[in-house]
Write a protein that binds this ligand. Structure first.
Ligand code: GN1
Ligand code: MG
Length: 364
């Protein structure tokens, strides 16, 4: 608490700090809520994982560009309650940067949005709102002047993720592929291999000049969206990965979490199933939100995107498992393997429903 307090006080926050406590359940950064006295806002204090986001300056300048662009649009539209509809980052006390470096660790602070909720699961009605909100987020950023850099280069590049898995397999750092009972791991590898080429469609289309990169959120998990008490959507949060990508990123990653009836790390594999009702509602909202720019090719590839993201996430979790868990936070030794099984099951469930999905998308 004392270390956290010392850091929080480096920022131009209002009010005295009453309490600092852990917040949320991200797998990358460490997040805390800073509670201040009556009449002053609370804050979110975050330690940026700079082993993953190696260019913190680029990261924060992206985020500042994005939030100020959205803020200006909300103001121009005469919206009320703007501080709850877009994140607001607090500058350091003695300067203008929105992050500080303290004992080798990077920190930032944003204003805590009051009376808002995040959810780990959503029903079809909320999914439709979410689809529209993420579509609208991309639409709002379509005319941003600033050039945003890739905070993690080639973040959602399937070919790269497969290469990283191949490297992990070759090195077998944790010796897991040679351990007893590794037949399951080999079977997972074979399954990934069998689907690898099809899942690289986005990269192929991009190389042929048919698929553009647009500014996307790139981490559209259900819990990265804030809802007001009345169920309406306030804003999207967790902006670290906002960068140029294919629209498939935002479409696919939301469904990866929302259309799975259980959490991405649930060991109850039997319950993993791609929920078509969530898909239908979300795609309806998304297509409405992206109307200003979505091309027919992008639209027709949305069922592919729904398969791509569980597949890519499985490849990433599995590579991390083989590497000995160096990237994602884990709670027990097999955690990344459990996540991999879960995501592969979701992938196959989605894949089997592609014809149904395509039919629905065409009808919209
Ligand atoms: C990470 O930290 P969190 O949970 O918001 C990851 C995402 C993954 C997700 C899987 C920078 O996001 O790409 O989809 O875990 N973020 C990064 O739960 O790698
Ligand atoms: Mg998050």
């Amino acid at each position: 608490m004392e270390e956290l307090k010392k850091v929080a006080e480096k920022f131009a926050i209002e009010g005295g700090i009453v309490e600092i406590k852990p917040l949320g359940n991200g797998l990358i950064n460490d997040t805390y809520k800073v509670v201040t006295g009556e009449g002053t806002p609370d804050y979110v204090l975050q330690r940026i994982n700079n082993a993953i986001f190696t260019d913190v300056d680029l990261l924060q300048s992206n985020i500042e560009a994005v939030t100020s662009h959205i803020r200006a649009k909300l103001e121009a539209a005469g919206e009320k309650d703007i501080d709850r509809k877009v994140l607001k980052f607090v500058p350091e006390k003695d300067g203008s940067k929105t992050y500080v470096l303290e004992d080798g660790k990077y920190w930032r602070v944003s204003v805590f949005i009051n009376d808002a909720d995040t959810f780990e699961a959503v029903n079809p009605e909320y999914s439709e709102y979410a689809g529209e909100a993420f579509g609208d987020f991309e639409a709002k950023l379509a005319d941003i002047d600033a050039t945003l850099g890739e905070t993690i280069p080639d973040f959602h590049n399937m070919e790269l993720r497969l290469r990283q898995l191949a490297e992990a397999v070759k090195a077998d750092m944790a010796g897991r592929l040679n351990a007893e009972g590794s037949e399951e791991l080999k079977a997972i590898l074979a399954d990934i291999d069998a689907n690898a080429e099809d899942m690289c469609l986005a990269e192929q289309l991009h190389c042929q000049g048919k698929l553009p990169k647009r500014i996307c959120h790139c981490d559209t998990k259900v819990n990265n969206m804030m809802f007001d008490k009345d169920g309406s959507i306030l804003c999207v949060i967790d902006l670290d990965t906002v960068m140029p990508s294919y629209v498939f990123s935002d479409f696919g990653d939301f469904l990866r979490t929302a259309a799975n009836p259980v959490a991405e790390d649930s060991p109850e594999i039997d319950k993993v199933d791609f929920d078509m009702e969530i898909f239908k509602a979300f795609s309806k909202g998304y297509i409405r939100g992206t109307k200003p720019f979505l091309t027919p090719l992008e639209k027709s590839c949305l069922p592919y995107a729904a398969c791509l993201f569980p597949f890519m996430q499985a490849v990433r979790f599995f590579a991390d498992y083989i590497n000995g868990d160096t990237y994602y936070k884990i709670k027990y030794p097999e955690h990344n393997l459990v996540r991999t099984r879960n995501q592969m099951k979701l992938f196959h469930s989605a894949l089997a429903k592609v014809p149904q999905m395509a039919q629905w998308i065409e009808s919209l």
